[in-house]
Design a protein around this ligand. Structure first.
Ligand SMILES: *[C@@H]1O[C@H](CO)[C@@H](O)[C@H](O)[C@H]1NC(C)=O
Ligand SMILES: *[C@@H]1O[C@H](CO)[C@@H](O)[C@H](O)[C@H]1NC(C)=O
Ligand SMILES: *[C@@H]1O[C@H](CO)[C@@H](O)[C@H](O)[C@H]1NC(C)=O
Ligand SMILES: *[C@@H]1O[C@H](CO)[C@@H](O)[C@H](O)[C@H]1NC(C)=O
Length: 410
């Protein structure tokens, strides 16, 4: 037996064995290995067991997401998934295929997606302890790594280059590309902006790092770095640093950390105590922007983090979106989505005092939604004026609808 092994070692498998040693034992995934979604299947684990790669069941249904998650914490928080998070049923598979990389397929054997591998002769895949799934070729080049294709989360030691982006998902259970994007622009600036889900059109920048300097290029941003201790900064070409957070370092031995662009628009850095003595959870270290119900753009429109016609409020770090009275969610599964009126508004009936009334809402602003100003007036006069307008707006209930419709046709 020893002689046979020796022979193999000297011929075909030298590169494989050498690299396998570097990768710490059984955590490397050989070419040809595959995984199928099951309710308690064994994923590909990192050597420490902190991270797992595999099919994760999403909310008790027969639908699974190919992803990377924190395996040692009860939440099993997902930190990576392929773009648009395609859900697959039981009977699907993912295989590490020579020349092609990771190839997930559905129960009919149809390919869903491939990581691509440049036609290279692959050696192995590897789920490492920083949460990066890496595919290596026979001459030890990294062919593909999940860190180069972040979706909504970045992890400590991960770097974002210019022209890279992360996107929020639609909701906790829908991993389709959602409403918000963090993008590192070519000019060195980082933008957080809103995106239209069906069309992917980007509008409304609600955060700008300001790390672009046209007069002196060396001051422009080059890389976004999230270091091991949780310190996040933009490195300028000059080597100087623009801090995104000024928090104290959190030792990576004690804490897990991640930064996620949430479905409610906040780019939020979290930490989690690794060996808690009692129940613990992800705690917020820091979040951008500070007030998620406000836009910072000059063209302020809309309802902050919420959809059209919705009322946005902050509850600590969480954003609440609510439809006003007489409105309901366009999509019941999307609480941060648009609200639609439960009534039809027409001008056919003219002035009809009985069909409309007033509901008073306090501490609410409908920014930029005014289209008629009646001055001087009293509250009663304003109400009468409003009722006489068959497409009422002055007392503001319909304001945002009209403005947003205008905005979306531009
Ligand atoms: C393989 O790796 C897992 C996770 O790190 C570890 O628990 C297990 O003991 C390892 N098995 C062997 C045979 O080394
Ligand atoms: C892919 O192949 C091309 C051409 O052989 C090469 O220039 C490039 O560096 C390769 N990319 C990777 C990621 O190995
Ligand atoms: C996720 O949301 C998109 C867009 O609203 C929808 O088309 C898709 O069916 C949803 N997916 C799931 C799994 O609910
Ligand atoms: C550009 O900025 C760098 C770093 O702030 C500074 O050292 C340098 O003098 C500036 N160059 C010019 C031409 O202003």
């Amino acid at each position: 037996m020893a002689r046979v092994l020796y022979f193999i070692l000297l011929t075909t498998f030298i590169p494989f064995l050498i690299v396998a040693q570097q990768t710490n034992g059984n955590a490397s995934v050989p070419v040809g290995a595959s995984l199928i979604p099951t309710y308690n299947g064994t994923p590909w684990l990192s050597p420490s067991g902190d991270f797992a790669f595999g099919f994760k069941q999403i909310h008790q249904k027969d639908s699974f997401l190919l992803s990377i998650w924190y395996d040692k914490i009860p939440e099993n928080t997902v930190v990576w998934y392929p773009k648009d998070g395609p859900m697959v049923p039981r009977g699907s598979k993912v295989e590490l295929t020579n020349g092609r990389g990771l190839v997930p397929s559905d129960p009919q054997g149809e390919e869903i997606w491939t990581s691509g591998s440049n036609n290279s002769e692959l050696a192995y895949g590897f789920m490492n302890d920083i949460g990066n799934f890496v595919i290596v070729d026979s001459i030890s080049h990294k062919i593909w790594e999940s860190f180069c294709f972040p979706t909504d989360t970045i992890l400590p030691t991960q770097v974002m280059e210019r022209e890279e982006e992360i996107n929020s998902k639609i909701s906790e259970t829908n991993f389709t590309t959602g409403r918000f994007q963090l993008r590192f622009l070519k000019d060195g600036n980082i933008f957080l902006r809103k995106r239209d889900i069906p069309s992917g059109i980007l509008y409304n920048v609600y955060y700008r790092s300001g790390t672009r300097d046209d007069s002196n290029m060396t001051n422009s941003g080059l890389q976004l770095t999230f270091d091991e201790t949780g310190y996040m900064y933009i490195l300028r070409r000059s080597g100087q640093i623009f801090e995104l957070n000024q928090k104290d370092a959190l030792p990576s031995k004690l804490y897990y950390q991640r930064a996620t662009l949430l479905s409610d628009r906040g780019f939020t850095q979290y930490y989690y105590l690794k060996n808690p003595t009692s129940n613990t959870n992800w705690e917020v270290l820091w979040s951008l922007p500070n007030d998620r119900c406000k836009w910072i753009d000059e063209n302020t429109e809309g309802s902050g983090a919420c959809g059209l016609n919705s009322v946005c409020s902050l509850d600590g770090i969480r954003t609440n979106c609510e439809c006003p009275h007489g409105f309901s969610l366009l999509d019941r599964n999307d609480p941060n989505g648009d609200s639609k009126p439960d009534f039809t508004q027409t001008c056919d009936k003219g002035y009809d005092r009985d069909r409309f009334g007033f509901i008073e809402l306090t501490n609410i602003d409908w920014p930029e939604s005014d289209y008629v100003r009646v001055q001087p007036t009293t509250e009663e006069n304003c109400k009468t004026f409003c009722l006489q307008d068959c497409f009422p707006s002055c007392c503001n209930l319909q304001g945002p609808t009209m403005l947003e419709e205008e905005a979306s046709t531009v």
